[in-house]
Design a protein around this ligand. Structure first.
Ligand SMILES: Nc1ncnc2c1ncn2[C@@H]1O[C@H](COP(=O)(O)OP(=O)(O)OP(=O)(O)O)[C@@H](O)[C@H]1O
Length: 761
């Protein structure tokens, strides 16, 4: 016992000493950052005085770096726990070349860097953090996690260590180092640093990160990105990066880190903005803090797919059959007909009567119909065809007036015609007629028109079936929009060409490339965040588009997203096994159309970082039913806590409430109660008073989210709710990081131990 205690004390003091070493380094970094903030203030002041602020090229890259470092200092102090989070100790590299960040560039060790007796000297030590910091002599104090020199921190493994001997994760809060965890990449070596043997502390940072309690917001994973994830994050931006992986493999986390990486790589190129499309506002809220924690916010817009159209916000859900009709590419044909048909609403006038050159002229219903048909020929946007229709009306009236033959001299004839046109177009009756006969249509007006079942029946004949027509029309009579209506509105906007906002060309302002400047320039009226939001609102196309949960994007939604990235490069992440869309083939076709012929680079993520093995194993039973033959991702940890099965005792409400309360006592963080969509309102009431660590969610709302523990209520009910119900159930079962309780109702046909039919072997 005494020997063990002695050993523990020795380890503790070794740990303390190593924490002290890192503390010393962190102190140096902060001293340097403070110098930089003073430099930054001086430069900003100087630049402003010389009137140079805002002119491209006024600030050199070096200054930009100074600014960035300075700007972040106060935020790093206040907001982030671990500005500095990593360190690698490296062998001598093959060549002696250094990159722009001051680190040696070679990935492989130099010959002779390991001696025959398996000893070696550490030739280079790099610290990795959220931004890069150089000392006065341009030697790297901290390497930005996105810089090439930081890649070995993520990529090195004992199988393929490269130059890395020891990889250390540093846990710090503000200016204080709290702990260190080491992994040895070359355990066979005895390595020396400054003549002392390299010590090794702890047993890995990943497990520590995974076991932490969850809050209602996602954390970045910058300190523990794994090699297969790093490959995706740093993949070249060209064309389409396509990532598949099961639940919990880090797809969302990787997508967010990739946005930060791309901005770091080529800030100028991505001044055109990066759009991240997320399936629900809940997931947007959950992930919103990650990019600021990585030092990025300005150029990235994270938008829910129901908020992509300005001025409209999805607040309603559609039943699966309505969603299916609205989301499918058949709807495109319906919308095209509706946009043209809607011209005839509002008691479109049956005849046109005007007076020109003292003569009464009149066009009858039939002539008007012919003119409308002629004007609508072709595919140009309906609203933009109005001038053409106007011209055809004037042609017909001109012909009727008989004035055409009055002059043989072409110049005089043209003059006469022009005064004829002027005469008519200034007439109130003509203006009123045109407004009523060819109104300027808005997407909302057309959608409203489709709420009339008879009309929709006309426009959707032989495209939707009568049942679909009835249900779609009824759904459009509700107050508010569903997520599928938003894609329809966007499509209508394209079909109508409704009032296009003039595009503002934006000067590339070097200050835009820096985030958080308002902290240094309090005189600016608009905060950086407000400005970023405004720019994001004004932006209609992006330089890079990231689509999260891509398996759920419907054909109509792909068209909507595609319009925002016509010239963009793309990152698309998803998991077919979690798709709530009933016809994946149709969606894949629409996706391919949106992405065009750009070449795809495919990646697969294979490790489940969220669920413990006990929960992952249960979920894999549903996966086998939902997508026979597809492989489950490998869970990296086990908690020893098996999922719990209970059956309804007395009422569903009481049982679920009791199970949620039980889990609240067992975990420190959040508890999610997942129910079928139709129950989500009542489920919120069941949990009233249990506090804000617990939330109730409809199965579709659970997408992408995670909780310490979950209660999944009636698997059969969730599975039966839509044609893709089994895949939705798979999503529901894979949300927990610690514990899972399944509550079965009668329809679940639980066995004697409470296991429902769907989850039995
Ligand atoms: N390298 C990592 N280090 C620490 N945590 C990680 C790592 N990779 C993923 N995680 C964590 O695992 C969880 C799942 O990640 P994420 O939500 O990105 O997965 P996903 O593939 O998008 O899942 P789903 O398909 O279910 O939405 C998150 O809590 C995330 O922080």
């Amino acid at each position: 016992m005494a020997a063990q205690a002695q050993q523990e004390t020795a380890l503790d003091s070794l740990r303390d000493r190593e924490i002290g070493v890192e503390q010393e380094h962190l102190d140096r970094v902060y001293r340097r950052l403070e110098e930089k903030i003073h430099e930054a203030e001086f430069l900003m002041h100087d630049a402003a005085q010389r009137g140079q602020v805002g002119t491209p090229g006024a600030l050199a890259e070096r200054d930009a770096q100074v600014f960035r470092a300075g700007i972040h200092l106060s935020r790093l102090n206040n907001e982030f726990e671990d500005f500095l989070f990593g360190r690698i100790d490296l062998l001598r590299g093959k060549d002696g070349k250094k990159g722009p960040d001051g680190a040696y560039t070679a990935v492989e060790p130099a010959e002779g860097s390991v001696r025959e007796d398996n000893t070696a000297d550490i030739a280079e030590t790099l610290h990795i953090g959220r931004i890069g910091v150089l000392d006065q002599d341009y030697a790297p104090l901290v390497i930005d996690w996105r810089a090439p020199a930081a890649a070995p921190f993520y990529r090195s493994t004992p199988v393929d260590p490269g130059r890395v001997v020891r990889r250390r994760v540093i846990r710090s809060k503000g200016r204080k180092v709290l702990g260190v965890e080491d992994d040895l990449m070359r355990p066979e070596l005895t390595a020396f640093l400054d003549g002392h043997e390299l010590p090794v502390i702890g047993d890995g940072a990943l497990m520590a990160a995974l076991g932490q309690a969850r809050s209602h917001t996602m954390r970045d994973i910058v300190a523990s990105i794994q090699a297969e994830q790093d490959l995706v994050i740093r993949a070249p931006a060209a064309s389409v990066t396509y990532v598949e992986g099961g639940p919990g493999t880090g797809k969302t986390a990787v997508a967010l880190h990739r946005a930060a990486y791309l901005l770091y790589q080529d800030r100028r190129r991505y001044a055109g903005g990066i759009l991240i499309v997320s399936p629900t506002p809940l997931l947007v809220a959950y992930t919103e803090g990650v990019l600021p924690s990585l030092g990025e916010e300005g150029q990235v817009a994270i938008r829910a797919i129901g908020s992509l159209v300005d001025g409209a916000e999805a607040t309603l859900y559609d039943s699966p059959s309505v969603a299916r009709a609205k989301g499918s590419s058949r709807m495109l044909r319906v919308l095209r007909k509706a946009a043209r048909g809607a011209l005839e609403l509002n008691d479109s006038p049956a005849r046109l009567r005007v007076v020109a050159f003292g003569r009464r002229l009149e066009l009858e219903a039939e002539q008007l119909a012919d003119i409308r048909r002629a004007a609508l020929g072709g595919t140009a946007p309906v609203n933009l065809l109005r001038p053409r229709a106007r011209k055809l009306l004037l042609d017909a009236l001109w012909e009727q007036s008989g004035a055409a033959g009055r002059h043989t001299d072409p110049e005089l004839a043209a003059e006469l015609r022009s005064s004829f046109d002027e005469d008519i177009t200034s007439e109130d009756a003509f203006i009123a007629f045109l407004d009523a006969w060819w109104p300027e249509l808005t997407p909302a007006a057309v959608l409203d028109a489709m709420a009339d079942e008879r009309r929709l029946g006309r426009w959707a004949r032989r495209i939707l079936n009568p049942g679909e027509i009835r249900k779609v029309a009824r759904s459009l009579r509700r107050d508010g929009h569903s997520v599928h209506d938003i894609a329809m509105l966007d499509e209508l906007q394209a079909i109508l060409g409704a009032p296009a906002r003039p595009r503002k060309r934006r000067e590339l302002d070097p200050l835009d490339q820096l985030t958080g400047l308002e902290e240094l320039m309090p005189v600016r009226e608009e905060s950086q965040r407000e400005r970023a939001e405004r720019l994001a609102q004004e932006r209609t196309e992006y330089a890079h588009v990231i689509v999260d949960e891509a398996q759920d994007v419907t054909p109509m939604q792909w068209r909507m997203i595609g319009r925002r990235g016509r010239h963009a490069t793309w990152t698309v992440v998803g998991d077919p096994a979690q798709s709530s869309w009933s016809d994946p083939d149709e969606a894949a076709e629409a996706r391919d159309e949106a992405l065009g012929t750009r070449p795809r680079r495919r990646f697969e993520l294979t490790v489940n970082y969220r669920n413990p093995a006990e929960i992952a194993e249960l979920a894999s039973k549903v996966l086998a039913l939902a997508m026979p033959g597809s492989a489950s991702p490998k869970a990296v940890r086990s908690t020893g806590v098996e999922p719990r099965f209970t059956v309804v005792d007395h009422t569903l409400a009481e049982t679920v409430r009791a199970e949620a309360a039980r889990l609240l006592e067992r975990v420190d963080g959040t508890v999610g109660v997942v129910v079928a969509m139709q129950r989500r309102e009542e489920a919120r009431r069941w949990l009233a008073g249990l506090g804000d660590r617990v939330v109730a969610l409809g199965s579709l709302e659970a997408k992408g989210l995670e909780y310490d523990a979950t209660v999944v209520v009636s698997p059969a009910e969730i599975a039966d709710e839509s044609p893709a119900g089994l895949r939705v159930l798979y999503v529901a079962l894979t949300r927990a990081t610690q514990q899972l309780t399944v509550v079965s109702a009668e329809r679940d046909e639980p066995d004697a131990t409470g296991v429902p039919d769907l989850l039995r072997d």
